[in-house]
Each structure stands twice: as structure tokens, then as C-alpha cells.
Design a protein around this ligand. Structure first.
Ligand SMILES: C[S@@+](CC[C@H](N)C(=O)[O-])C[C@H]1O[C@@H](n2cnc3c(N)ncnc32)[C@H](O)[C@@H]1O
Length: 554
């Protein structure tokens, strides 16, 4: 057993890939940070782990099963500690920057490896006891062992790193900025401190829980239930263990609203009693794939979606009446059918089993109808902070034409419509657009219209039809904006672009394209929508260069 003292080097920086070949654009945009990426980072569109300092060396100085002492010098964007042992990069889940740890090398690649945390020799001042009993097994949270204030600082730094490395932007108050010469040098972008939560627990309004089977008697809470004979197995549901598809049965999740925990526990218990068999992704057999629970924080209304591998649910009437009896807050029970061999949760067919096809919730006094397949931000408290900032950045006076691209159920659109001339929303999921139209009517908002379709197709058509936006708001999924949409934004020349993003890497990539096309990134507000996880949401203000000068010289 070798014992190696790790040598700390300052470069924790990742060279990352955000997965777009930007064709004829500038080098920085084309590369978008796309240098070497450790192979285990299978999510090509997220910022990767750090590029090893010794890239190219053939013989790793550590072997599998070596026990090593390592100083941790950084944290990857996936929340793993980055250590160096004799200059060799090791990723260690659960270790924090500033710590010295003992770890066992588990996997050695050519230029980096993975080690398992054995013991913390010197803890970081930011280390706290994770309150969740299943934190170490469950893959849902990655930062519970880090003090919340430190999480917020780290999230801001994550955004800054992406803006500097991928976006090639200079951030005020940092030494970063990678411009090679004066001409390239960009103005300094202000990145504000992350807006955090006063009480960063129980914040999620939605739980999507995978279902599985376990041997009866091994799972807590199963004993004593009258159980049909399912070859000695019964239904469990929880979360996938870190890095696998093994289901950890779970009764409580500390970042979920209590109502969701209660619903999932009761649906599982009723399912067990009725002899429901979970879907098995290896054999493709079994019925119940996922249970989704969603609750309106303001209204208290709850929806249950049973995602099934087939249309027939045995004893469905009994199931519905038991749910209604035991969970009176449920106003909607829905079935979604997904027979495909896929990790995608939802299939294309959705039926209401009982009650309404939507639940209602409110954000900042606006009421929203939300159907099973529509996107709705999972942290409503922080959503209000995020959307208010987006409205502030739009600087509306009551006359403006505004486009809300990737509008979902029209949430941001309706916040904007209260202060705009007209808002045009576009979204790819037809059910979400139905919700958006219903939501405008529900709130008596007449100056917002919505169209279903890909933003990159619909907005170019709007341009041809003569729509001239003063402000364009985009809130794309993790992969960022489609190139055709960015081109259209540049061609439409709105005075302001407000970019809402859940992925700093693709955000930075797209900002670079917009900067090259005549926009200036003015400020960035990170908002902590997902405490205790590595996810970071940001809202960004861009001004057209002429607008910057008009504001400066008015
Ligand atoms: C991050 S969500 C934002 C939704 C909404 N702005 C909100 O805050 O609730 C991204 C949305 O983009 C939609 N979407 C994905 N690809 C799209 C595309 N090519 N064109 C339009 N909408 C798309 C998704 O269905 C989802 O509703």
C-alpha cells in the first residue's frame, strides 16, 4: 500500500465542452471551452472536470487501491473535490477545497483518476454535517456537506469561471479575463452575489420518483402490510443511487415539499397493497415506472401522475378512491403512458384518471394552471426573485414589444405583460402553450399571445411578418439557445436581451456569440433555485452596443 502526499497546484480550472460546433464563428465561440474533457464526463454539454496538469503522461503515479493523502484544491462543477497526488489529478466525491483527506484510488485513467473518501484529516471551515440520512447513497443532492453561504459563493464563482473561460468575458473584481490584446479586451461584467434562500429546505414543488421492486421484509415500512404474492417482492420508490440506476427506497427528501413526500409514501403503500408491479428497465416488463407528485405552494393543490409501461392499470378504481380518501389535497390524478426503452420519464400519451387536468398555483399574484407535462420552475420562492430580476432587466415602460422565447406555460411572459405593450411567447410543448393561453385569460391579461413551435423556427417567421421586438427574453433548456435563434436575435436587433439560464456553460457560449454580434453583457444575477445541488440559475442583462452608449451619454 503506497502512501502519497498530494502536491497542490493552483490550476483547478476546467477546460470544458459545451457541445456546439459553431461553424463560422470566432475561435472562442467555436471552441467554447472545448479542450480536453475527461472521458467520464458523459454529459457533453456541461462544464467538465479540470484538465489534468500532467495531460499526456503515460504512467500514472498512483495505482488502483492505493491509499493516498491528498490536499483538495478545487471543486468540479459536479461537486467532486479535486486533489492532486504527485501532480496527478484525483476526483473525490465528498471532499471540499482546503481539506486534507485520506482516499483510496478506485479508478486510474491515463491523465486523471477517481478516489473514494476514507477520512478527513483536516476539515474545511465550510464543512457541515449533512442533515439527510441517505445523502451519501442518494444522487439527488451533491453539496449538503458544504455550509449554505459557501455554496452560494461557489455558485457565483462557477458562473464567473464559465463566463471567463468559455465566454471570454472579463468579470469585474476578478483577475480573470483572457483577452489577448486591447482590441479583444471586453468591458467588465458585473456578477452579483448569488441570491440565496432564507430557509433552503423543502423548496421543491415537484418530485419524480422512479419505482422498483425489492425483496419483502428488507424494506422498512413494508412489514405488516397485507401483501399480494409477487414472488416475495414488493414496490419501492426513491432515487437512483449516485452514478447508477439502483433505486434507493426513500420515505423523506429534505428538499421536497412535505406534501410530495406524503403523496409518494401513500401511493407506494397503496400500490403495494394492490399488488402493483414496478417496471424493470432490464427486462422491459412490469407496469409502474415513475410517480410524479406536484404541489402548488400557494394553493396547496396537488397532482399525481402515474407513469406506466402500458395503458391498463389493475384495480385502477380502487387506487383512485384510496388516493382520494387518504390524500384530500389531490385534485388531479393523471396517467402517462411510456412504453419505450428510454431514460426519458414521460411518454406521449396522457389521460386524466380523476379530477382536473391541471393544478393551480400563484407566483407574485399571478395565477397559473399547470398540466402534467408542462415545465414549471421547481422552486417557486426563488422563481419570484428570478422573474422579478428578469422584468427589472427588461426595463419596460408600457409600450414595448417583447418576445419571450422558450416560454413554457407563460410564466415570465405574464410577469412581463404587466409592464409591456405586448408579449409574444413561443414554446415547443403544445400542452404548455394551451396552459399559457389559459393563464393569460385566467389573469385577465390581453396583451400576451402564444404560439407552439420551435423558437428557432417561429421567431424567424415573426421577423418576416414584421414583428420588431424592443426586448427579447430567452429561457432555454440546458443545451442553450439554438444557433438559428441567436442569428435571428442579432438580425432583429432588440435594444435589450434578457437571458435566463440553468447552465452557465451554454450561457457563456451563447453570450460570446451575442457579444460578437453587437451586444454587451452588462450584469449577471445568479439565483439559487436548487440549494444543496450543484445546479446554478442565472439571469443576465445584455444591451445592444448603441443602447449602452445612449444610456451612457443621455
Ligand atoms: C427552462 S424551461 C423555461 C420555461 C419558462 N420560461 C419558465 O420559466 O417556466 C425551457 C422551456 O423551453 C422549452 N423548449 C425546449 N426546446 C425548445 C425549442 N426549441 N423551442 C421552444 N421551446 C423549447 C421547454 O419545453 C421548456 O418549457
Amino acid at each position: 500500500m503506497s502512501k502519497i502526499k498530494g502536491s497542490a497546484k493552483s490550476n483547478t480550472g476546467g477546460k470544458s465542452s459545451v457541445g456546439r460546433n459553431t461553424g463560422g464563428r470566432s475561435n472562442a465561440a467555436r471552441n467554447a471551452g472545448g479542450q480536453s474533457k475527461p472521458a467520464r464526463n458523459t454529459e457533453a454539454k456541461s462544464v467538465g472536470r479540470s484538465a489534468p496538469a500532467n495531460a499526456g503522461s503515460i504512467h500514472a503515479p498512483v495505482n488502483k487501491n492505493d491509499d493516498v493523502t491528498v490536499e483538495i484544491i478545487g471543486l468540479t462543477h459536479e461537486g467532486e473535490g479535486v486533489g492532486r497526488a504527485d501532480g496527478f489529478t484525483l476526483f473525490i466525491q465528498g471532499a471540499l477545497p482546503g481539506e486534507t483527506v485520506h482516499a483510496r484510488v478506485m479508478k486510474v485513467k491515463k491523465t486523471y483518476g477517481y478516489a473514494k473518501l476514507l477520512e478527513i484529516v483536516e476539515p474545511s471551515a465550510d464543512r457541515v454535517e449533512a442533515p439527510c440520512a441517505i445523502y451519501k447513497q442518494c444522487g439527488g443532492c451533491q453539496l449538503q456537506h458544504m455550509d449554505y453561504a459557501a455554496q452560494l459563493k461557489w455558485k457565483r464563482q462557477h458562473v464567473i469561471d464559465s463566463l471567463e473561460r468559455i465566454g471570454k468575458l472579463r468579470v469585474a473584481g476578478t483577475e480573470g479575463g483572457t483577452a489577448d490584446n486591447e482590441d479583444d479586451a471586453r468591458h467588465a461584467v458585473v456578477v452579483h452575489p448569488t441570491i440565496g434562500m432564507g430557509e433552503p429546505w423543502r423548496y421543491r414543488n415537484k418530485a419524480s420518483v422512479p419505482m422498483g421492486m425489492a425483496i419483502s421484509g428488507l424494506i422498512s415500512g413494508a412489514e405488516g402490510l397485507p401483501q399480494p404474492d409477487l414472488n416475495g417482492e414488493h414496490l419501492i420508490g426513491g432515487f437512483y443511487a449516485r452514478g447508477s440506476h439502483r433505486i434507493i427506497d426513500m420515505d423523506e427528501c429534505l428538499i421536497q415539499h412535505n406534501s410530495n413526500d406524503d403523496i409518494v409514501a401513500k401511493v407506494k403503500a397503496i400500490g403495494r397493497e394492490l399488488g402493483i408491479v414496478a417496471y424493470n428497465e432490464e427486462t422491459g416488463r412490469g407496469l409502474l415506472r415513475h410517480v410524479m407528485a406536484r404541489v402548488g405552494f400557494v394553493t396547496g393543490e396537488a397532482m399525481i401522475v402515474l407513469i406506466t409501461n402500458g395503458s391498463r392499470i389493475p384495480n385502477v378504481e380502487q387506487w383512485i378512491s384510496r388516493i382520494r380518501e387518504e390524500i384530500p389535497s389531490v385534485t388531479s390524478i393523471v396517467q402517462n403512458i411510456n412504453k419505450r426503452d428510454t431514460n426519458v420519464i414521460f411518454g406521449d400519451e396522457t389521460h386524466v384518471l380523476w379530477g382536473s387536468e391541471v393544478i393551480y398555483d400563484e407566483l407574485d399574484g399571478i395565477r397559473f394552471a399547470i398540466s402534467a407535462r408542462s415545465f414549471y420552475q421547481v422552486n417557486p420562492v426563488q422563481t419570484v426573485a428570478l422573474y422579478r430580476k428578469a422584468v427589472e432587466y427588461a426595463a419596460l415602460t408600457g409600450n414595448e414589444q417583447v418576445i419571450d422565447a422558450y416560454c413554457g406555460i407563460g410564466t415570465i411572459s405574464l410577469f412581463l405583460a404587466r409592464q409591456a405593450g405586448h408579449v409574444h411567447g413561443v414554446e415547443i410543448v403544445p400542452e404548455a402553450i394551451e396552459d399559457a393561453k389559459r393563464n393569460a385569460a385566467l389573469n385577465g391579461i390581453a396583451n400576451a399571445s402564444f404560439e407552439a413551435g420551435p423558437a428557432e423556427v417561429v421567431i424567424p417567421r415573426w421577423r418576416q411578418e414584421g414583428i420588431v421586438p424592443d426586448v427579447i427574453v430567452v429561457d432555454p433548456p440546458r443545451k442553450g439557445c439554438d444557433e438559428a435563434l441567436l442569428d435571428t436575435i442579432l438580425a432583429m436587433k432588440p435594444k435589450r436581451v434578457v437571458y435566463v439560464s440553468c447552465n452557465p456553460a451554454t450561457l457563456a457560449r451563447d453570450l460570446h456569440v451575442l457579444e460578437d454580434g453587437g451586444y454587451r453583457t452588462v450584469e449577471v444575477q445568479p439565483v439559487d433555485m436548487f440549494p444543496h445541488t450543484v445546479h446554478v440559475e442565472s439571469v443576465v442583462l445584455l444591451l445592444r452596443n448603441e443602447t449602452v452608449y445612449q444610456i451612457a451619454y443621455k
